[in-house]
Design a binder for this molecule. Sequence first.
Ligand SMILES: [Zn+2]
Ligand SMILES: [Zn+2]
Length: 121
Amino acid sequence: MTIVDKMLTCRDCGNQFVFTAGEQEFYAQKGFTNEPARCPACRQARKAASNSRAYGERANNYGGQSSGYGRRDSRGSGDRPRFPAVCAECGRQTTVPFQPTQGRPVYCSDCFQSTRRSSYR
Ligand SMILES: [Zn+2]
Ligand SMILES: [Zn+2]
């Protein structure tokens, strides 16, 4: 089968442009069954437009990936780290908003409440 250059009419600007044999081959390799509907200039313009959109998405993805790294500065905005601890009273696994100190009892919120209440008595 011989491939020859084709003249096509751009859908956007109406100009005639050449769909070269090389491009046709490229399209065939890519599995594209449609002929290009637009001239190279219009294709470039559309590509640039969609690229800027894709770039935005990529930038967002990039930000998402690096967020675990760069979000350190948001510390103190209510998302404090919590440390796993075992309650000295009931033995339940709990988390505390501070680094548990060796030798000092850590209470879960329930027992903390009740120890406070009992100390008031
Ligand atoms: Zn065009
Ligand atoms: Zn407890």
